[in-house]
Design a protein around this ligand. Structure first.
Ligand code: C2E
Ligand code: MG
Ligand code: MG
Ligand code: MG
Length: 286
């Protein structure tokens, strides 16, 4: 039976098939197999302080090392993992692996670095979330302020009061909170000031619009001012060009995460960057 599931999973990735042809059961089986066989891996993308050029943290981004299909990006499987509930054990693995890795880096003298971990909606609404985070920090020995948990607007808006309560508990522990993909959800500005969030991550679609559109540039400037007014730090996501970087610097953006500095890399590669400590922007479209 397991063999059969495996074969179906292969078919799912056949090039002539589109997303609608997903054999959910097969992919679900393959995801279970991936957990069991340890096929998930974390990549890490540096987050760079704009003023100093120092790497101040990394974001952990999951990859699936499939024996036949190579490295599968999260967009291909996180959605179904969420629907099936498998995201809970997968997310648990991510949280633990990320904290363990960050602790190891600190132990090696490469810190103090922050590690950002994406949470899924399902994980965020799990009743045991707060205790689980506590347990992972205890077991890995990572200090709470070195962990940043990324939430999205939709996760917070699904049940605002419950979200604020969960966020307060995480904050009380000392964990940092950020809003990922900011600007793409439907959160109301009226709520933004009620969310106990440390960091706002501007979605890459806004960064793309900086150059060539005065309105796009004005939006980014306004988001940065808004965040700073609410005493939040700002990270710009998906920065690829020097023009974008210069504009962000002019707006007082705090940190940058994007291909202009580095792509997400496996442990070994990112460690080389962490050892150097500071980074130079390398534009893609110069
Ligand atoms: P995200 O959390 O917004 O992560 C940033 C995504 O932007 C990453 O895609 C990263 O590779 C990409 N990126 C960074 N800089 C640039 C750039 O300069 N240009 C372009 N074009 N892209 C850039 P990735 O790794 O494929 O992850 C996609 C999404 O999957 C993530 O978006 C996140 O929502 C989700 N994800 C990744 N890992 C996890 C995880 O462990 N758990 C959960 N629940 N979701 C995850
Ligand atoms: Mg993220
Ligand atoms: Mg995201
Ligand atoms: Mg994002």
């Amino acid at each position: 039976r397991a063999k059969q599931t495996g074969r179906n999973a292969v078919q799912f990735y056949a090039p002539h098939m589109n997303a609608h042809a997903i054999d959910r059961l097969a992919l679900e089986g393959a995801l279970r197999g991936a957990l069991r066989d340890d096929q998930f891996e974390l990549y890490f993308q540096p987050q760079v302080d704009l003023g100093s050029g120092r790497v101040v943290g990394t974001e952990a981004l999951i990859r699936w090392r499939h024996p036949d299909f190579g490295t599968v990006r999260p967009d291909r499987f996180i959605g179904l993992a969420e629907e099936t509930g498998l995201i809970v054990p997968i997310g648990d693995w991510v949280l633990r692996a990320a904290c363990r890795q960050n602790r190891a880096w600190q132990h090696a003298g490469l810190g103090p670095l922050r590690i950002a971990v994406n949470l899924s909606a399902r994980q965020f609404s799990e009743p045991g979330l707060v205790q689980n985070v506590r347990r992972v920090l205890d077991e890995t020995g990572l200090a709470a302020p070195s962990l940043e948990i990324e939430l999205t607007e939709s996760m917070m808006m699904a049940d605002v009061e419950a979200a604020i309560e969960t966020m307060r508990c995480l904050k009380a522990m000392g964990v940092k909170l950020s809003i990922d993909d900011f600007g793409t959800g439907y959160s109301s500005l009226a709520y933004l000031k009620r969310f106990p969030v440390d960091v706002l991550k501007i979605d890459r679609s806004f960064i793309r619009d900086i150059v060539g559109s005065p309105d796009g540039a004005a939006m980014v400037d306004a988001i940065i001012s808004l965040a700073h007014g609410l005493r939040m730090q700002v990270i710009a996501e998906g920065v690829e060009t020097l023009e974008q970087l210069d504009y962000l610097r002019g707006c007082g953006c705090d940190e940058v995460q994007g291909h202009i500095y580095a792509r997400p890399e496996p442990v070994r590669e990112v460690e080389l960057l962490l050892r150097k400590g500071t980074m130079e922007p390398t534009p893609l479209h110069a």
